[in-house]
Ligand binder design. Structure first.
Ligand code: GAL
Length: 815
C-alpha cells in the first residue's frame, strides 16, 4: 500500500510581518503584529537604506592592511542599516501534519543570532548568519491549526569586514514527514570508482525511526535516474543492528555521463523508505559522477584531466538586491563569469546559499566552499571569535552535511587570513577544523587562505593543510613550494587590482593605493593595494610554474562594503576590486581576463573611451585586450604601429622595480600604445593571428551629443514565478548609437504589465542613490535596471526617460 504523500516540504515566503523594534513579547502567538511591515522572504532589511556614514562606523586600525592607528571607517560594511534587532513573524498551516508525524524547520541562513520561536516556545538558537541550520519542531507544532513562527535576529556593530546583509535573507523550509523518515541532509553519496565503462555509486542513508519499531521491517529502495528520468540503476537494502541506523547501498551506472564544467551532467538518486509494505519516505539526492584528485607537482585533476583554477572570489551579496538570495541573479553571475572563461568560485568568506550551489552544479562551475573569516582571535571585535569555541564544529558539520553531495564543490575552505596564522597553537586549530572536514567528507581536499607567508611557511600552519592556499604575494610561491611538503601552491586569493568602470586616470602609471578626488580608481587596470598586484603578476606564475594550481581573483564582482583604498572617504561604501561592477556590468578588466582565460572565443577590446574633450594633443594611451598575439592601431586612419605580446617576459626578468614600473609583465598579456595622442574621431584596431594574417577588427568612436536611451535586456523571456529577473542595461548614446561615456543624468523608470521594478545600480562605489527606487543616475553613461516578474504571465514593459534625450522602451515576455 502506498500512503498518499510521505513527505511534504514547503517554503515560508509570503505572509511575513517584520519590524525593527525589539519588543520582547513579539514571540508570543497572540502578539498584535498588524502594524508591522508585510514582507516576502528572502528579505534583506538593510538594503533599502538609507545610507549613512554612521551605520556601523568602525573606529579601528586594520592591522592586516598595514594601518597603525585607528581611523574612521565609514563605508566598511556598506553604510547600510544592518546593525540591530529585527523580528519576523508568520502564521502558517501544515495540513499534512498530524499526530505521529514529524516536522522540521530548515533555515538556509538567517542574519544573524537567530532565536526561533514556534507557538510561543523557543525552539532553538543559531548565531552564525551564513550557515544553514534546522530544528525538530514536532513537539511545538499544532495539528490542523495555525502555527505562529517568530524569529528574532540581531546583528552586532563591528562584527563584519563587509556588508553582511540582514534578516531572513535566505529561504525558510518546513518539512513534514512520517514518524520513520530520512532526516534533513540524511544522505551521503560518493562515486568511489569511475572506470571507463561504469561508475560505482555509494549511498549512505540515515534512518530515523520511532522507538519500538523493528529494524528488520525497514528497507530502502533506491533508483538512479539519468537526466532524462530514465532509471539506470536500482538497489534495495535492508538494515541490521550493526549498521548504526544507516543504510548503505552500492549502485552501478554503466557508461556514465561524467559531470564536468563543459557538460555538467546530473543524476538523481531517488530513495524510497518502506516499513513493511508501507511507504514512509521518499528522498532525492541530486549528484554528479566525477572524480577529483590533487597530485603533487602536477595540480588538480577533474575526471583525470588537469584543470587550472581560473577562479574568482565572490561575496554573497547581489549588489542592488543586497543579500536576499535570488536564483536568477546567481545564474546571471555565472553566465557572465563563464563567458570570461572563469571555471571556479570561492565563496569568500562564508557558507554559500543552496541556490548558489545548485546553479554551480547545473551550469558547471567549480566551487571552493568557505566557512569562516575569523576563528578564536578577533579580526572584528564582535565577529565570529565570540562564538568560535562553542559553534565552530557545529558550523563546519552543517556546511558539509548540506553540500557534500554536490559535484560542483571540489574543496572545503576552513578560513581566511585568520590571525591564528601567527599565534601560538594556530596550526592546531587548523588541524582541528580540517579533521572535521575529513571526518564528514573524506572525498575532498581542504584548504584555507593564508596571507602571512613569513609565518605560515615556517610554523607548520601551511604544512597542516591538504592544499596550501596563499593569498597575494605570488613572488613567495617559489619559497612556499620549496618549504612545503604538499608540492603544490594554490592562489586562493589574488590580484586585488582596483578600477572603476569607464574612469581613466592620467598619466597612466602603475600605482599602489592611489586615491583621487572623485573616489574612483583607474580603468587602465594599473592600480592595486599595498599587499596586492596587477592581474599579470598572477597570470605569469600560474602559467610558468608547474606547481601552481591556479587562482581565485579578488573579486569577480564588486560587493557592498570594503571601499579600499577609500577606507575613510565617505561616501565610498562599495568595493573597487571587481572585474565586474556592482551593477553587474563588465569593467575593462573583464576583457583582460577573458583574453587570457577564454581562448576559444574572440576578445578584441579597446580602452579607454574616446571622448576626451580638453585632452586634444595630449598623450592618451590606448590598450587592447585580445586573445590574438598582435594588432595594429589606427587613430583616424593613421597607423600608430603594431604591437605584439612579448613572450620573452619571464617571472625572473620582470620582477625588479624598474620592470614593474614600465609595465613589463603587462606587455606579455596586453597590447599597449603608451604614446598615442588624443584627437576626436575613430580608434580602430586590426588583430593579426600568429601567422600575421589580419583576422579581426574593432572600432570605437568619439560620441556626439547625448541623443537617446538604449535598453538591452539579458533575457527577454522570463518565468512567471514571481522571482525571475531581467537585467536591463541602460545606456545614453548619441544619434549613431555610440555610448556617451560622460553621461551622468538621472534616468527614471516605469514598469507595466506582468512585472515590477526590483532595483537598479550604476556601479559607482560612492553613489548614495537607493537601489530600490525606480530612478538612478548613470555612471560612465550606463546603469542596470532589474525587472522582476509577478506570478501571472504576460508582457512586461520597462520605460526609461531622462531629461533632454529620447526615452527608451523594452518589452519582455513572462510565461
Ligand atoms: C584580503 C581579504 C579579503 C579582502 C581583500 C582586499 O586580505 O581576504 O577579504 O579584504 O584582502 O584586498
Amino acid at each position: 500500500m502506498l500512503s498518499a504523500q510521505s513527505r511534504t516540504e514547503f517554503l515560508l515566503e509570503k505572509g511575513w510581518k517584520f519590524t525593527r523594534t525589539d519588543n520582547p513579547e513579539s514571540y508570543s502567538p497572540g502578539f498584535n503584529d498588524a502594524k508591522w511591515q508585510s514582507v516576502v522572504v528572502p528579505h534583506d532589511w538593510a538594503i533599502y537604506g538609507p545610507f549613512s556614514s554612521q551605520n556601523d562606523m568602525q573606529k579601528v586600525a586594520i592591522s592586516q592592511d598595514g594601518q597603525k592607528a585607528a581611523m574612521e571607517h565609514a563605508g566598511r560594511t556598506g553604510g547600510l542599516p544592518f546593525v540591530g534587532v529585527g523580528w519576523y513573524r508568520i502564521h502558517f498551516k501544515a495540513p499534512q501534519f498530524a499526530k505521529g508525524k514529524k516536522a522540521s524547520i530548515l533555515f538556509d541562513g538567517a542574519m544573524s543570532h537567530a532565536r526561533v520561536y514556534l507557538n510561543g516556545k523557543e525552539v532553538g538558537f543559531w548565531p552564525y548568519g551564513y550557515n544553514s541550520f534546522h530544528f525538530d519542531i514536532t513537539s511545538y507544532m499544532k495539528e490542523g491549526e495555525d502555527n505562529v513562527l517568530a524569529v528574532r535576529l540581531e546583528n552586532l556593530p563591528e562584527s563584519s569586514r563587509w556588508y553582511p546583509g540582514a534578516g531572513l535573507y535566505r529561504n525558510v523550509h518546513v518539512i513534514v514527514t512520517e514518524d520513520a523518515h530520512i532526516p534533513v541532509w540524511g544522505t551521503q553519496l560518493t562515486t568511489p570508482e569511475i572506470a571507463s565503462d561504469f561508475a560505482k555509486v555509494n549511498l549512505k542513508t540515515k534512518l530515523v525511526r520511532p522507538a519500538g519499531s523493528k529494524l528488520d521491517d525497514f528497507r530502502l529502495v533506491t533508483e538512479i535516474k539519468d537526466a532524462n528520468n530514465k532509471v539506470v540503476a536500482t538497489n534495495e537494502a535492508k538494515i541490521t543492528k550493526y549498521d548504526g541506523d544507516t543504510f548503505e547501498q552500492n549502485l552501478f551506472v554503466d557508461q556514465p555521463n561524467l559531470w564536468d564544467t563543459e557538460n555538467p551532467y546530473l543524476y538523481k538518486a531517488v530513495s524510497k523508505l518502506y516499513e513493511g509494505s508501507s511507504l514512509k519516505d521518499e528522498y532525492t539526492t541530486t549528484f554528479g559522477i566525477r572524480s577529483i584528485q590533487v597530485i603533487p607537482d602536477k595540480g588538480f585533476f577533474l575526471n583525470g584531466k588537469k584543470v587550472i583554477f581560473k577562479g574568482v572570489c565572490l561575496h554573497h551579496d547581489l549588489g542592488p538586491l543586497g543579500a536576499a538570495v535570488n536564483e536568477a541573479a546567481l545564474r546571471r553571475q555565472i553566465v557572465l563569469l563563464k563567458d570570461m572563461g572563469c571555471n571556479a568560485i570561492r565563496t569568500s568568506h562564508n557558507m554559500p546559499s543552496p541556490e548558489q550551489i545548485k546553479v554551480c552544479d547545473e551550469m558547471g562551475m567549480l566551487v571552493m566552499a568557505e566557512s569562516f573569516d575569523e576563528w578564536k582571535v578577533a579580526k572584528c571585535q564582535n565577529g565570529y571569535n565570540l562564538v568560535f569555541n562553542d559553534w565552530a564544529e557545529k558550523d563546519m558539520v552543517n556546511l558539509i552535511h548540506n553540500f557534500r553531495n554536490n559535484p560542483s564543490i571540489v574543496m572545503w575552505s576552513i578560513g581566511n587570513e585568520v590571525p591564528e596564522q601567527y599565534t601560538k597553537g594556530g596550526n592546531k586549530v587548523a588541524r582541528f577544523l580540517q579533521d572535521i572536514c575529513h571526518r564528514e567528507d573524506p572525498t575532498r581536499p581542504v584548504t584555507q587562505g593564508m596571507d602571512n607567508p613569513g609565518a605560515v611557511l615556517n610554523n607548520n600552519f601551511a604544512a597542516v593543510m591538504d592544499i596550501a592556499g596563499m593569498n597575494y604575494r605570488p613572488f613567495k610561491y617559489p619559497e612556499a613550494y620549496e618549504k612545503l611538503q604538499q608540492q603544490l601552491v594554490l592562489g586562493s586569493e589574488t590580484a586585488s587590482t582596483v578600477s572603476s568602470r569607464g574612469v581613466y586616470k592620467f598619466p597612466v602609471e602603475r600605482k599602489s593605493m592611489a586615491k583621487y578626488d572623485d573616489h574612483q580608481s583607474s580603468g587602465y587596470d594599473v592600480e592595486h593595494c599595498g599587499w596586492s598586484n596587477l592581474p599579470e603578476d598572477d597570470f605569469i606564475q600560474h602559467e610558468d610554474l608547474p606547481y601552481c594550481m591556479g587562482e581565485f581573483v579578488w573579486t569577480g564582482i564588486d560587493y557592498l562594503g570594503e571601499p579600499t583604498p577609500y577606507y575613510t572617504d565617505w561616501p565610498s561604501h562599495s568595493s573597487l576590486f571587481g572585474i565586474i561592477d556592482l551593477a553587474s556590468l563588465p569593467k575593462d578588466r573583464f576583457y583582460l581576463y577573458r583574453s587570457h582565460w577564454n581562448k576559444e572565443k574572440e576578445t578584441l577590446h579597446i580602452l579607454p573611451h574616446w571622448n576626451w574633450k580638453g585632452r586634444e594633443g595630449q598623450v592618451t594611451p590606448v590598450f587592447v585586450y585580445t586573445n590574438y598575439p598582435s594588432a595594429e592601431l589606427f587613430i583616424n586612419g593613421k597607423s600608430q604601429g603594431k604591437r605584439t605580446k612579448d613572450l620573452s617576459v619571464t617571472i625572473e626578468n620582470s620582477k625588479d622595480d624598474a620592470s614593474m614600473k614600465e609595465l613589463k609583465r603587462q606587455k606579455r598579456y596586453r597590447l599597449m600604445w603608451m604614446d598615442t595622442k588624443y584627437e576626436p574621431g575613430t580608434v580602430k584596431v586590426v588583430a593579426y593571428d600568429k601567422d600575421g594574417k589580419a583576422v579581426a577588427e574593432k572600432e570605437i568612436r568619439t560620441a556626439g551629443a547625448p541623443h537617446h536611451i538604449e535598453l538591452v535586456a539579458d533575457r527577454t523571456s522570463l518565468a512567471a514565478n514571481g522571482k525571475d529577473l531581467a537585467y536591463v542595461t541602460v545606456k545614453i548614446v548619441d544619434k549613431d548609437g555610440n555610448l556617451c561615456p560622460d553621461a551622468d543624468r538621472l534616468v527614471k523608470f516605469k514598469v507595466n504589465g506582468a512585472g515590477f521594478y526590483r532595483a537598479g545600480a550604476n556601479g559607482d562605489p560612492a553613489s548614495l542613490e537607493l537601489f530600490h527606487l525606480p530612478q538612478m543616475s548613470l555612471f560612465s553613461g550606463m546603469l542596470t535596471a532589474i525587472v522582476q516578474t509577478t506570478e501571472k504571465g504576460g508582457k512586461i514593459t520597462l520605460e526609461a526617460t531622462a531629461k533632454g534625450v529620447k526615452g527608451g522602451k523594452i518589452t519582455l515576455e513572462s510565461k
